[in-house]
Design a protein around this ligand. Structure first.
Ligand SMILES: NC(=O)c1ccc[n+]([C@@H]2O[C@H](COP(=O)([O-])OP(=O)(O)OC[C@H]3O[C@@H](n4cnc5c(N)ncnc54)[C@H](O)[C@@H]3O)[C@@H](O)[C@H]2O)c1
Length: 331
């Protein structure tokens, strides 16, 4: 069996999660971890029993790797991905990066372009599409159960009290929702966005977007960093002339309502062998990247690719421009 030799860069909660998952993923071997924060690198190295590095340069020089997970963060959760991603791609490694691909469109374009030039696989942790419920709904779309698409409604919220930049919520949360919309309904070509601020907040912490897809279908997205966790946090609905589906809470339930037939189809996350919690979205996403690499997938075949991450960020940049100009913005 092929096996990917993996390094993880950025050892906050999310990078540590990646590292734990690689240790348990068939077809992957965690060989190195890296953080410029020495205490984080040392702690992860001791905990995971692999060499720890304080710079990507040193890690790439010393460890023989096939791929790197980039779980850095930075401004708007995205400014620090650029440097390690470019270094790893330059060194000829495949990269799985955290979302957002970047908080800066020009840098995202450079990363996608370098991956393309080097013929390396570049994926983004757009984990919400990597659930059995989402895969089943995608099959319904592909098999024609939805038919000609008419409208899509998506909502997602969590509590995140950080106040780092006015656009933090839009850039850092909505790569997930926009990716889910693109996954089922294709490219988005125009956006209109309104945003508001919860009591005491300085950033645009809640927003709603009207969207037009290249197919001609229309979409609506509502999201927030102001809603306490606990209750369901995501709902996805796509309707067409042949039927409509709803996915409740990422992986809990998917229901297909066929047009002209009162018998609906319901998939429920099973107690045995089902998704246990949100961490399983990471497990599925990282596992899928490893699986694709081991199977020799081409860069164009990567599920949840750098190009997908870039496309989502362009929609969000258009949404921000829409708020600033109070107008509809083409993507
Ligand atoms: N996919 C998801 O569902 C999901 C959920 C939460 C967070 N995230 C993403 O995960 C990322 C990380 O989040 P976090 O909370 O763990 O962040 P964090 O800030 O706690 O950790 C990032 C670490 O990266 C290190 N780092 C930055 N640049 C580096 C470099 N060039 N070389 C080595 N180390 C470097 C920092 O020192 C820091 O320790 C963010 O981009 C965030 O958006 C994704």
């Amino acid at each position: 069996m092929n096996s990917q030799r993996v390094g993880v860069v950025g050892l906050g909660p999310i990078g540590n999660k990646h590292a734990d998952i690689y240790k348990q993923t068939p077809g992957a071997r965690l060989l190195a971890v890296c953080d410029k924060d020495r205490s984080r690198a040392d702690a992860a190295s001791a905990r995971l029993g692999v060499p720890g590095f304080y710079s990507v340069k040193d890690m790439l020089a010393d460890a023989e790797l096939d791929m790197v997970s980039v779980a850095t963060g930075g401004q708007e959760y995205g400014s620090d991905h650029f440097e390690p991603t470019m270094q790893a791609l330059e060194a000829g490694l495949h990269v799985l990066g955290e979302k957002p691909i970047s908080n800066d469109i020009a840098q995202a374009e450079q990363m996608v372009a370098l991956a393309r030039e080097k013929r390396r696989c570049y994926g983004i942790n757009l984990n919400h599409r990597f659930t059995p419920a989402a895969r089943l709904a995608k099959r319904w779309v592909d098999e024609g159960c939805v038919g000609h698409q008419l409208f899509m409604n998506v909502s997602m919220w969590i509590m995140n009290p950080r106040e780092t930049s006015p656009w933090f919520h839009i850039k850092a949360l909505h790569p997930h929702t926009v990716d889910i919309m693109r996954y089922f309904a294709g490219d988005i070509v125009a956006v209109h966005c309104f945003a508001t601020k919860a009591t005491g907040r300085k950033i645009w912490s809640t927003a709603q977007f009207n969207l037009r897809f290249a197919s001609g279908a229309v979409g609506h997205l509502c999201g927030s960093y102001d809603i306490e966790r606990g209750h369901p946090m995501e709902r996805v609905e796509l309707a067409g002339e042949k039927g409509r589906f709803v996915i409740e809470d990422i992986f809990r339930e998917a229901t297909l309502y066929p047009a002209g037939n009162l018998e609906k189809t319901v998939y429920s996350n099973p107690v045995f062998g089902g998704m246990r919690d949100f961490d399983d979205t990471f497990r599925n996403r990282l596992g899928r990247f490893v699986e694709q690499l081991n199977a020799g997938a081409s860069p164009e075949e990567i599920d949840g690719s750098g190009a997908d991450g870039l496309a989502a960020q362009k929609v969000l940049a258009a949404a921000i421009k829409s708020i600033e100009t109070e107008s509809v913005v083409n993507v």
